[in-house]
Design a protein around this ligand. Structure first.
Ligand code: PFF
Length: 475
């Protein structure tokens, strides 16, 4: 493998890696909460419609661009046309920014996993009450576990495509499924679980009563869908570039979003009823994943079984997180490898991955050092962007995590995806997608449908997402 690029060894391996990228923290805490807060079953309906009309097309588009050019995001757009390189940079830029804070959260998940493991062996894995509050201000702890999580990412990505990412994902993803089903079944047996299902699924059709409420649900669902499907950040372009020409692109572009959506619903079926069964507020954000659920497992379920379920749960969240974060690291690694190869130089995957991981670690450090917005007053080492730069206090400046996320998920991601749909729908035509989808002798099913998606539906939805993100972060 002289050029250090590599290829998936099988379509199954590719699917496990790609579904692994899609299934992540976004599925496990973002989806259930947003669903409950935005009309339950009505949100689900809109979400599924969006997956069908936007998710499938963008997934196909990204995989096709990747496979056709055999390059990561920047190289791929540059190969299409030199004038389009900037679109690739938007994807790589947002993957770069997201990987840092995603890994801070991944490190926290590892700490919780370890805590429940210690409990299982009769120790005291969490110490005093209010562990979450004290942990986010524990700087050596936060940074240490962040570093550990990043090191694991580097180790896997250094192993290459089939020998690292695929090898890990094809074991980890089935394990995740087994653990998730175990937790779902146990939770379903608890009295009071029903309330949680109701919170999630009972459709509140009043969201269709006014244009305003419909738009607000549409915005929430569309933003969630892009993040959850790992779109707009070059991840699927990069993963697609390692896929053999003989595989069925069209079918893969449907399997990944369907699997991701099923896991998101399943995650909700574990998390929401677990909260309701033990009288906990569904809450949102980090509080739900770390504070609420720890209490559910330790105090609600309690005893050996509570610790066991807690350990299983945080282990599956860890798998979900790391199979996503390695795709973000790979986007960055592939960018440098492509650059070197284009210049006719040798590319050493191991050192490139290590350097990239280290740089991202440093850039992401503020998201750990402000204690998720705890600030110096609360015991953290630095202050949030609002205090540091004397900015107005809005969502995007409340902590460094949201600040980075605003640039990445709020601006770069929707702009990049809007550009991509216009490029495919209006500039290159869909000929390129068709050639890719049929080059292996497979039929390109739904060609007319996809053309309509690329030309009209995706651009409109992307404008809505962009508008919504800006509103969320600055509102
Ligand atoms: N899809 C992941 C999640 O739902 O948590 C996050 C993610 C991974 C987004 C990779 C983008 C990406 F390129």
């Amino acid at each position: 493998m002289e050029n250090s690029k590599g290829q998936w060894s099988s379509n199954f391996g590719f699917l496990m890696a790609a579904i692994g990228s899609a299934v992540g923290l976004g599925n496990i805490w973002g989806f259930p909460y947003k669903m409950g807060a935005n009309g339950g079953g009505a949100f689900l309906l809109i979400y599924v419609i969006l997956v069908v009309f936007v998710g499938f097309a963008v997934m196909l588009g990204e995989l096709a661009i990747g496979r056709r050019t055999g390059k990561g995001a920047v190289g791929a757009y540059r190969a299409l046309s030199r004038k389009l390189t900037w679109v690739g940079y938007m994807g790589v830029g947002s993957a770069f920014l997201i990987l840092g804070f995603y890994s801070v959260l991944g490190g926290m998940v590892m700490r919780y996993m370890l805590g429940f493991l210690v409990n299982l062996f009769g120790g005291d894995g969490f110490g005093a009450e209010g562990f979450f509050g004290s942990w986010i201000a524990n700087m050596p702890g936060m940074v240490g576990f962040y570093a550990l999580f990043m090191l694991l990412n580097i180790t896997i990505v250094m192993g290459g495509i089939s020998g690292g990412i695929e090898k890990f994902s094809r074991i980890a993803m089935p394990a995740l499924a087994v653990m998730l089903v175990t937790v779902i079944v146990y939770v379903a047996c608890q009295p009071g679980a029903m309330e949680g299902y109701k919170f999630m699924f009972v459709p509140d059709f009043s969201v269709f009563d006014s244009l305003k409420s419909f738009f607000s649900v549409l915005k929430a669902a569309a933003g969630q869908m892009f993040f959850s499907l790992s779109l707009g950040m070059g991840a699927m372009i990069t993963y697609g570039s390692y896929l053999s020409k003989s595989e069925d692109l069209n079918r893969n572009a449907i399997i990944i979003p369907v699997a991701d959506t099923i896991v998101a619903i399943m995650a909700g079926m574990a998390v929401m009823p677990a909260c309701s069964a033990f009288g906990m507020d569904y809450g949102q954000g980090p509080g739900l994943l770390f504070n609420t659920l720890q209490t559910v497992f330790m105090d609600g379920m309690g005893g050996f079984i509570g610790n066991l379920m807690g350990f299983l749960f945080y282990t599956l969240v860890f798998i979900a997180a790391i199979t996503s974060s390695i795709s973000l690291l790979e986007v960055n690694t592939a960018y440098i490898i492509d650059r070197k190869l284009e210049k006719g130089k040798k590319a050493n995957r191991r050192s490139i991955t290590a350097i990239m991981g280290a740089v991202i670690f440093i850039v992401g450090l503020p998201t750990a050092l402000d204690g998720l917005g705890t600030n110096v007053a609360g015991g953290a080492l630095i202050n949030n962007p609002a205090i540091t730069f004397g900015l107005p206090s809005v969502g995007a400046t409340a902590d460094w995590l949201d600040f980075y996320d605003m640039i990445a998920e709020g601006i770069l991601m929707p702009l990049g995806s809007l550009a991509m749909s216009i490029i495919i729908g209006w500039v290159f035509g869909s000929r390129m997608i068709k050639e890719e989808a049929t080059c292996s002798g497979h039929v390109y099913k739904g060609e007319k449908f996809y053309n309509i998606c690329f030309r009209y539906i995706v651009p409109v939805i992307m404008v809505i997402v962009l508008y919504a993100q800006i509103q969320t972060f600055f509102g």
